[in-house]
Design a protein around this ligand. Structure first.
Ligand SMILES: Nc1nc2c(ncn2[C@@H]2O[C@H](COP(=O)(O)OP(=O)(O)OP(=O)(O)O)[C@@H](O)[C@H]2O)c(=O)[nH]1
Ligand SMILES: [K+]
Ligand SMILES: [Mg+2]
Length: 513
């Protein structure tokens, strides 16, 4: 943990967090402490564009010398911890006043980093910020690497890895749903679930260690061990049942339709349909931007366009695609269709749009859309019949070909007829894909990284299930699966530590007596 972050990530702390989290979790495990980590660091923690002044600029100083650094800049006594105090700040070498700032002092371990920490709420002008950045390095501290404050918080156990991720998500949140989810994760909801599961695995493992080390004649809770039905020694007993129940919980946790990940990453909505259906018109209408070119020429859109939008508090990525036709030799068009198909395949929600006006080839349009969607995508899609403003009254806009699609909506991008209803339905579809009605209190998987580890742990428990039925000779191997599952969960929160097993062994089973 204590090695410096790469200089590649130099654009501020969020970038570096992303980079760090993308790297191997081993980075966080148990690197030895070095002098780099003992440095007292400082950084401008509030946003500063470098162009425009802000009312306030917050500088943070963290490390063993933080209070000393602050002390040397003021000519009055240090304020008590956690109490805001107005102080004049000086360059001690020249005696020149730098600013008058609101100052906050935190004492280790009760600070964000867990170290002694000082926050200076200065005036946010370029001159003040520059003066502070010039003077601080002369006082025995150095500029922090991106993300280094958070890295120290992790190293001192103030945050676990899942909470570090949550912090990055809070800083990157665009929508209320993202924010709510990240705040719940920072609060420790997800960590608690994984820690709890890991605790159960370690207990199970401790039981196995006991059986292995002392043999089953040690009477490790005789009732648990004797299997009534078979009248054989069942080495796992209730512990085995507990592990199997745990594997059920994990499987349920994984059956979440990626709701948490969808909230975090955004719901991908693809608009697909034949040329000239009005896809780009709808794209512009929904995104309230003139982002896509609209024209009566079929084949106007070639590339995939996308915009982010907020639908009912959920982040969505709306994608416009090239028109799809079944029979074409045009190389450019074929490439466009290929891209449209790939966008549809990767979308969480497909809006299939055809020209529903009188005289339009609806059957051909619907047929073309069907040719690029698989059955699941098709049945979950929303079918939009556009241009209802130029449709004869009473004419049924859709024919038999619309069977297989999801609900149908008649709209006009020109008169905006039917748009409100369609938008409501779209919002609802997005919400139903992201709302967690399991009552899980926010303990949902938010990243593929979590999913991978939980899946690996669940797989290990499946193997445990088989091995645990194979009697005393397989205890070793079954225990190994529990160990593996526990370490996979430990990797999620960054807490892998084998000593736990021994701790539980002696505290839970009292074998030493
Ligand atoms: N009357 C009427 N015309 C529409 C409506 N929506 C779009 N149009 C017109 O239909 C034509 C095609 O619209 P686009 O939005 O470019 O259609 P597209 O599906 O993106 O077309 P490609 O990108 O070429 O596949 C344009 O002339 C639009 O002005 C509508 O609801 N009613
Ligand atoms: K067009
Ligand atoms: Mg278009």
């Amino acid at each position: 943990l204590c090695r410096p972050l790469t200089k590649r990530a130099s654009r501020g702390s969020i970038d570096s967090l992303q980079w760090t989290l993308g790297a191997s979790s081993r980075l966080f495990s148990s690197a030895p402490s070095n002098s780099h980590d003992e440095d007292t660091i400082f950084a401008l923690s509030s946003g500063f564009t470098g162009q425009q002044a802000t009312a306030v600029a917050v500088l943070r100083i963290s490390g063993s010398q933080a209070h000393h650094v602050f002390d040397s800049m003021t000519k009055s006594r240090l304020p008590p911890p956690r109490q805001a105090a107005l102080r004049k700040l000086y360059d001690p070498a020249r005696g020149q006043m730098l600013d008058q700032a609101l100052c906050l002092l935190f004492e280790s371990p009760n600070s964000f980093t867990g170290e002694d920490l000082v926050e200076l709420h200065c005036h946010g002008s370029r001159a003040v910020v520059q003066a502070m950045l010039d003077v601080l390095p002369t006082l025995g501290c150095r500029l922090a690497e991106p993300g280094e404050f958070t890295q120290r918080a992790f190293g001192r156990g103030k945050l676990d890895l899942v909470q570090v991720e949550a912090l990055a998500d809070i800083l990157g949140a665009d929508t209320q749903a993202q924010l709510k989810q990240a705040l719940s994760q920072l609060d420790g909801n997800l960590s608690k679930l994984y820690d709890d599961w890991r605790g159960r695995l370690i207990s199970g493992l401790a039981h196995a260690e006991a059986v292995i080390d002392f043999g089953d004649d040690e009477r490790l809770g005789e009732d648990d061990i004797l299997d009534d039905d078979s009248e054989q020694w069942n080495v796992w007993g209730a512990v085995g049942d507990n592990m199997i129940a745990l594997s059920q919980s994990m499987k349920e946790h994984l059956r979440d339709e990626r709701k948490g990940e969808l909230i975090r990453e955004g719901v991908k909505i693809a608009i697909v349909g034949p040329p000239n259906a009005g896809k780009s018109s709808l794209f512009n209408l929904l995104s309230k931007k003139d982002a896509a070119i609209v024209s009566p020429i079929a084949g106007t859109t070639r590339d995939v366009l996308q915009v982010s939008m907020d639908l009912g508090g959920v982040k969505c990525t709306l994608q416009d695609t090239a028109g799809v036709r079944k029979d074409t030799d045009d190389v450019l068009e074929i490439e466009g269709i290929k891209r449209a198909q790939s966008v549809a395949e990767n979308a969480d929600l497909v809006v299939a749009m055809v020209d529903g006006s009188s005289g339009a080839d609806k059957a051909g349009g619907l047929d073309a859309v069907k040719s690029i969607l698989d059955e699941n995508k098709l049945s979950a899609s929303m079918l939009v019949m556009n241009k209802c403003d130029i449709k004869d009254d009473g004419e049924d806009s859709k024919g038999e070909e619309s069977s297989g699609f999801g609900n149908t909506y008649d709209i006009s991008c020109v008169t905006q007829e039917g748009i409100d209803d369609f938008l409501d339905a779209l919002s609802q579809a997005v919400t139903s894909r992201t709302q967690d009605d399991s009552g899980n209190e926010g303990a949902v998987i938010t990243r593929a990284r979590h999913r991978q580890h939980v899946e690996a742990a669940a797989d290990a428990l499946e193997r445990f299930k088989v091995l645990s039925g194979q009697g005393p000779l397989a205890v070793d191997m079954a225990a190994e699966e529990l160990r593996y599952a526990a370490s996979e969960l430990g990797r999620i929160t960054g807490a892998v530590d084998v000593e736990d097993v021994l701790d539980v062994l002696f505290s839970d089973f009292c074998i030493g007596k």
